[in-house]
Design a protein around this ligand. Structure first.
Ligand SMILES: [Zn+2]
Length: 540
């Protein structure tokens, strides 16, 4: 992207500008003697004028101006004392000006790779200028290939990749509930190392999902050590967010152990207390995390502001042992009269964990008739039990669901923690893909006043960049990339609902990605100004 000299010259020009900004005081005599003009000239591509700037550091808002030249922020301050030559001036009066949001957990891999959806409009309209994808253990190990494709095709937001432990295990070990041989472990390590060398920012796991779930903690630690050596982070959908196996607290302890033993920063994705059995455990979870942080282990988390999670019928209700070997094996087990009764008993228990059949809403299915109905309603229509109905749905190719399993009190308790960032986990059929960032602003900052605006902006931008070690983004700071958003605090809001999940958010007036307007006067421009981000070893 930039060679050493381009980067050096950018740094030097920013430094020169800083000197003129920091040491402007000159006596008239000095000025006369050196023939320095009385007003300093500033050539800009974009001047964002008169807004309330919240810069990502967590500090208080400041009414000031922001100047952009090329793909960089070159000026932050009052522009009044300067002779400004700006190609365009954006009026930000009454608006909030902030660093573009960074989403640490998305499922945008397909959207970004498809020329019809690579603009990432649903995220841009939320103010998101950088997405991370490859989470839940599902990230591709052919990292260079994916990044190159994005680069050639063009993408609307910046995007970074994580290599997925589940993918790697599936490739090397297969879909079975088996342990790797020494050779297979070495092969997995090689794939992780290669992915990191090709630009991945870390390794993700989905220890709840097959086949990632078949890995023991020790195996995950061995792989995480490789990511750690390459300066990467560990991002996890934990083994259990409820009461399925080792429990929410057991999973948090497992994650911390991985961080400690692999010497890697760990990041808990979509932290939650899933299901009635563990409601209220947010307090103990936070206590355990705080202890680990105090002991020097880097533990952070992200969260989306919804009471329903998004998953599928199989992942939510079918026990993992029944999935061993892949889908064909699962279907055989469902039809096996020796196995079916055990499956039934365990699925009944899982349904209770998920708060019952009325708390499961079908959001995606090959059979369109199911979409928008609860599992309970479908079971009634078919005059069958919810578990029988769920098995029919699995046999018919499965279905995506919104699973209403969270308690508002836990959501708010997690949200107030300084180490919890905003992350959409956006998936088709769930409103979080279109609404997460503005919803948090509207509901929790402006309406409920649970958290402050500078606190929230920091946890939606700079802290995320620092956590995932993404250089020169996330702060509104001279010299940084010009990923900048301008939004109206009165109108910023999510519009997506469970009924209409694909409804764009409102309130973003301007969204600038690498110096280019991706949203202009509230409208998506179609500019593909995003960049495929590559981790470099010096960017720790
Ligand atoms: Zn997940």
């Amino acid at each position: 992207m930039f060679n050493k000299y381009q980067r050096l010259s950018a740094v030097l020009s920013v430094f020169a500008l800083l000197i003129t900004v920091l040491f402007p005081a000159q006596s008239d005599a000095q000025r006369h003697a050196k023939k320095i003009p009385t007003t300093k000239e500033l050539k800009l591509d974009l001047l964002i004028k008169g807004g309330t700037v919240i810069n990502g550091s967590g500090s208080a808002p400041v009414k000031t101006d922001v100047g952009i030249r090329g793909d960089r922020i070159v000026f932050v301050g009052k522009s009044a004392g300067f002779k400004i030559d700006a190609a365009r001036t954006l009026d930000a009066a009454g608006m909030i000006v902030a660093p573009g949001f960074i989403d640490p957990h998305t499922h945008t891999l397909e959207d970004l790779s498809n020329s019809k959806t690579s603009g990432n409009e649903d995220y841009l309209m939320q103010g998101v200028t950088t997405v991370i994808t490859g989470n839940d253990g599902d990230g591709p190990f052919l990292v260079a290939e994916t990044l190159n494709k994005w680069e050639q095709q063009g993408i609307g937001t910046n995007a970074a990749l994580l290599v997925g432990q589940g993918r790697v295990r599936g490739e090397v070990v297969g879909a079975g509930d088996v342990q790797p041989t020494i050779e297979q472990l070495a092969q997995m390590k090689n794939l992780i190392a290669q992915a990191m060398d090709e630009g991945a920012f870390g390794m993700s796991t989905g220890l709840y999902y097959a086949p990632g779930s078949f890995a023991k903690t020790e195996e995950v630690i061995e792989l995480a050590k490789i990511a750690a050596q390459k300066g990467g982070v560990y991002d996890t959908h934990m083994r259990d967010e409820g009461s399925y196996s080792i429990g929410l607290l057991g999973s948090i302890r497992e994650t911390i152990r991985i961080g400690r033993e692999a010497k890697i920063p760990v990041h808990i994705s979509h932290i939650k207390a899933l299901g009635r059995d563990v409601w209220g455990q947010s307090r103990q979870a936070v206590r355990i995390i705080k202890q680990a942080r105090a002991a020097g282990i880097k533990v952070t988390a992200n969260q989306y502001p919804y009471t329903a999670s998004g998953t599928n019928v199989t992942a939510a209700l079918v026990p993992r042992w029944a999935e061993a070997g892949g889908n064909a094996e699962l279907l055989k087990r469902i039809r096996d009269p020796q196995i079916r009764p055990r499956l039934f008993v365990e699925m009944e228990a899982n349904l209770i964990r998920r708060n019952g059949a009325e708390a499961i809403l079908i959001t995606r299915s090959r059979n369109q008739e199911l979409v928008g109905k609860t599992l309970g309603a479908i079971a009634k229509e078919r005059n069958k039990s919810p578990v029988e109905t769920a098995l029919e749905i699995v046999e018919g190719g499965g279905a995506g669901i919104a699973s209403f399993n969270m308690n508002e009190k836990d959501i708010e308790y997690f949200m107030k923690q300084p180490f919890v960032m905003t992350g959409s986990d956006g998936s088709s059929g769930h409103p979080r893909k279109y609404g997460t960032f503005p919803r948090k602003l509207r509901q929790y900052v402006f309406d409920k006043k649970l958290i402050t605006l500078p606190f929230t902006i920091r946890r939606s931008s700079a802290l995320t960049a620092e956590t995932f070690r993404i250089p020169e983004r996330g702060h509104l700071r001279v010299g940084y990339f010009a990923d900048v958003i301008v939004f109206d605090p009165k109108t910023v809001a999510d519009r997506a609902t469970y009924e209409q999940p694909e409804t764009l958010a409102t309130g973003m007036k301007y969204v600038v990605v690498n110096g280019k307007l991706a949203v202009d006067e509230g409208k998506y421009t179609g500019n593909l100004a995003g960049r495929a981000l590559r981790k470099t070893l010096d960017a720790k």
